[in-house]
Ligand binder design. Structure first.
Ligand code: DSN
Length: 432
């Protein structure tokens, strides 16, 4: 057996990369520098642990393992079978689910498998519209989901800016969808899973929750879980959850075989076993009190950041957030989303422009920004720091011009550097 030392993977593998491919090695280092240098506020990103990165960089990447544990199409799968069984056991335990499939390569792959499991081409799905906070794979016209299925969309109410459940029910009765989807990429509020279950039961639809954004908060037990209500829940493992890039699906026992067959062989070939191992590592990390405390802090920080921006005239859609993200209307400060994103970028603040409900602008300009607290919370920041972060965003949006030479952009970058001394991303273990 290989003697395991801290250098077994990382030391030799990075030295070898540096020697063989200094171009790519240099880019890995400069991307790490980028992640360390700025404020990372993209709501769907996080900073996974060195343990997860070690699994991702392992020789499990070499192994073909089409099929499932104890039923593979290749020899030599004894070790990866144990890995996948652990990942499945940990996922079902973490989410209190009947069944888990840990093989989807991404959130979009997981969602494709959900369609494959329950719908035939041309059948109807009812989901949140992209421009009100949904997702491309929820029936948007340029995605497979909009091309191959008949997608009908609900949105948010004009008064609350939150999901319009009455509209969902009315559309469900009118269109009798085979499946109703809840979830999206820019939904700041909790979703009423009980109400959606009732609507699904009324029209005989499969209830699918795409929990990619908030599953980490469910894992941390700080928001209600969709698992008791939904037939199937798909998610990514790299957002609040803080695992490797990838997807997974949990479902009721009665759908287990259908989901497994839809992932393999219907949609995917060989699973990425290094990534499955990294998911297992992450699921174990998420079952700890430390992760639960992290998840609570993510919520507290997101609320504080939303409130801080609100006080400065950058209004949160729905008035705030119950999750890790908030969506902000920039019209109060007279800047569009595209310019705000560019100005923040030049000032060392990484976030994304985002359409707001009923947005008068085109999606590539947009009237809003989306901000999230997962990464800065991983770096140890708390609600006090969120006041500073809100002020820095406001200054970048309202006082800079999108060039990195601008005096205020330079000043903001300096303040961020000072802040990050106390809250570093991936602290250098060799630093004094
Ligand atoms: N791209 C992800 C996000 O930023 O929300 C969703 O797929």
């Amino acid at each position: 057996m290989t003697a395991v030392t801290p250098d077994t993977f990382y030391g030799p593998s990075f030295s070898s990369l540096l020697e063989r491919d200094p171009d790519i090695a240099g880019l890995l280092v400069s991307e790490l520098d980028r992640q360390r240098a700025g404020l990372q506020l993209i709501a769907s990103e996080n900073q996974t642990s060195p343990a997860v990165l070690a699994a991702l960089g392992s020789t499990l990447s070499n192994k073909y393992a089409e099929g499932y544990p104890d039923a593979r199409y290749y020899g030599g799968c004894a070790e990866v079978d144990k890995v996948e069984k652990l990942a499945i056991e940990r996922a079902t335990s973490l989410f209190q689910a009947d069944h888990a499939n840990v093989q989807p390569h991404s959130g979009a792959s997981a969602n494709l498998a959900v369609y494959g499991a329950f719908l035939k081409p041309g059948e109807t799905i009812l989901a949140m519209s992209l421009d009100h906070g949904g997702h491309l794979t929820h029936g948007f016209k340029v995605s497979f989901s909009g091309k191959w299925f008949n997608a009908v969309h609900y949105g948010v109410r004009t008064d609350t800016e939150d999901i319009d459940y009455d509209q969902m029910e009315q559309l469900a009765k009118e269109h009798r969808p085979k499946m109703i989807c809840a979830g999206g990429s820019a939904i700041p509020r909790l979703i009423d899973f009980e109400r959606i279950r009732a609507i699904c039961d009324e029209v005989g639809a499969i209830m699918w929750v795409d929990a990619a954004h908030f599953i980490g908060l469910v894992a941390g037990k700080v928001i209600p879980s969709p698992v008791p209500y939904a037939d199937v829940v798909s998610f990514t493992t790299h957002k609040v959850l803080r695992g490797p890039r990838g997807g997974a699906i949990v479902c009721k026992d009665k759908h287990a075989k259908t989901i497994d067959r839809a992932v393999f062989p219907m949609m995917q070939g060989g699973p990425l076993m290094h990534c499955v191992a990294a998911k297992a590592v992450n699921f174990a990390e998420c079952a700890t009190p430390a992760y639960q405390a992290y998840a609570q802090q993510v919520l507290d920080n997101a609320s504080a950041l939303a409130a801080g921006l609100d006080e400065l005239g950058i209004r949160p859609i729905t008035g705030g957030t119950d999750t890790h993200l908030s969506l902000h209307d920039l019209r109060g400060v007279g800047v569009n989303g595209r310019d705000a994103e560019a100005r923040c970028d030049a000032a060392g603040i990484v976030l994304n422009k985002n359409a707001i409900p009923f947005d008068p602008e085109k999606p590539n300009i947009a009237s809003g920004i989306r901000v999230g607290s997962p990464s800065v919370t991983t770096q140890g920041m708390g609600v006090e720091q969120m006041q500073t972060v809100a002020q820095l965003i406001h200054r970048a949006v309202t006082e800079t011009d999108g060039t990195s030479e601008h005096a205020v952009a330079k000043e903001i970058r300096g303040q961020i550097t000072d802040l990050l001394v106390s809250y570093p991303a991936y602290p250098d273990p060799t630093a004094g």
